[in-house]
Write a protein that binds this ligand. Structure first.
Ligand SMILES: *Cc1c(COP(=O)(O)O)cnc(C)c1O
Length: 425
């Protein structure tokens, strides 16, 4: 078990002792804050950001954390304090950055295929670093809004490099048939046309080929194509200041001997090689790699029941709290907080929601657990709380950030009053 937690902040400090986050007992957190509960390690979030900052130290760069992975204000503030910028995909995420770290707004890049005029206006007024533009129609709207507000808009075309990344089809984005980006073969013409506008500044070029990509090669391939475009543009008299390589570097949800620093270095090397002699700024937009393994979802076992040949462990957390297994067939390690003696069993770990898709694990070998026991779903820091919902009228979990030896509530548990507030009978 120890080696499974190698790249995670969650450990049993001594044999038989309850699972802890950086030494803070998860039993004590469950007693104090209740379950289901998201628990994050501030130390690991900071460490992961620094891994990127170190791997790219030899060139001008900016790590723009992808807010959609986990948009907790306390986490945004922590990252901004360490020099991170942000990749946002909505006006709502911009408001989060402004609430948590207004001083970082000049380090924000704005991605997304469906920006509205109101979102563009707000971002122009706030003075973000760059709009990652995903269509010609969007560029035309950006030009219009910039002219109206008399604010110059720095843009990057998000190009589609037509690179295949081996990941789940729902999170693969770099092929021509995906809705994202602009065909890289059209980009040159669009940049040339944009040069006529006094309100548009061709600031960079961006690419994002997908998520949970485990190998560095596709990133290198995508940046290789982008570099060719950068050189072509230069010959045409358009010198870009930034190449934005997007996010997408994956983690190992199965544990094992995953070495995050080694991965970050491999990734950095692939990008550096593909960038050639580009001497502008490199932007990257990692989300999952920074926060996934820093977080766990802590749940309490309600019932253990047998139906036919199957044993079901029914937890108080459900797909509304963590939808990744249901949505992407994702794997999350499940660890009993206080190990019991006895044989492991093959079980399904499920939640109370009325859907057969409401499961965390199927036919999983799990150490014996009994009602009232706590279990931790590991690697839940990214796309966990961020994708949670109130389905089945379930209030969302609370969130706790472990900082050193202390744990701090960063989002209180929702109440039924919160859920009912916007409605009228
Ligand atoms: C989702 C997304 C990211 C972050 O992806 P991760 O896999 O979490 O690193 C970065 N950039 C864009 C444009 C995205 O849509």
């Amino acid at each position: 078990m120890e080696e499974q937690t190698f790249s995670r902040p969650f450990h049993h400090p001594r044999p038989g002792a309850p699972l802890s986050c950086d030494g803070v007992s998860l039993e004590s957190l469950a007693r104090k804050f209740g379950t289901p509960l998201y628990v994050y390690s501030a130390r690991q979030i900071a460490d992961r950001l620094r891994m990127f900052q170190k791997s790219f130290a030899s060139r001008e760069h900016l790590v723009c954390y992808a807010v959609k992975a986990n948009s907790a204000l306390a986490i945004l503030k922590l990252l901004a304090g360490l020099g991170a910028g942000f990749d946002i995909v909505s006006g709502g995420e911009l408001e989060r950055v402004l609430a948590a770290a207004p001083e970082a707004v000049g380090r924000v890049v704005f991605s997304g295929v469906g920006k509205t005029a109101a979102e563009i206006d707000r971002a122009l007024k706030a003075g973000i670093l760059q709009f990652n533009v995903e269509s010609e129609a969007e560029l035309a709207l950006l030009d219009l809004r910039a002219k109206k507000l008399k604010k110059k808009a720095r843009f990057a075309l998000r190009v589609n490099p037509d690179v295949f990344a081996d990941t789940h089809p729902y999170i693969s984005t770099g092929l021509r048939e995906h809705k994202f980006g602009i065909d890289i073969r059209r980009a040159l013409t669009i940049y040339k046309d944009a040069a006529d506008s006094r309100w548009l500044e061709a600031h960079g070029v961006s690419v994002h080929i997908g998520s949970q990509i485990r190998s560095a090669a596709p990133f290198g391939a995508a940046i290789g194509r982008v570099s060719k475009l950068v050189q072509q543009l230069k010959r045409e008299g358009i010198t870009l200041k930034a190449v934005d390589a997007g996010g997408g570097l994956g983690i190992d949800y199965h544990g094992g001997s995953f070495d995050a620093m080694e991965k970050a270095c491999e990734y950095a090397e692939a990008l550096q090689n593909a960038l050639g002699d580009f001497d502008g700024r490199l932007l990257i937009e990692p989300g999952r790699f920074i926060v996934a393994q820093a977080g766990a979802l802590l749940a309490r076992v309600l019932y253990v029941k047998r139906n036919g040949k199957k044993t079901f462990v029914i937890a108080d957390a459900a797909m509304n709290d963590l939808i990744r297994p249901a949505l992407y067939q994702a794997h999350h390690e499940i660890v009993p907080v206080r190990p019991r003696a006895g044989k492991a069993r093959i079980v399904d770990v499920v939640g109370p929601v009325c859907e057969s898709g409401d499961f965390f694990a199927r036919d999983r070998k799990l150490m014996r657990v009994e009602p009232e026991d706590l279990v931790a779903l590991l690697d839940a820091g990214a796309y966990g709380m961020a994708q949670s919902s109130n389905y089945n009228s379930r209030p969302r979990p609370a969130e706790v950030l472990v900082e050193g030896t202390k744990a701090r509530l960063i989002r209180r548990r929702e109440t039924m009053a919160d859920l009912l507030a916007p409605e009228m009978v």
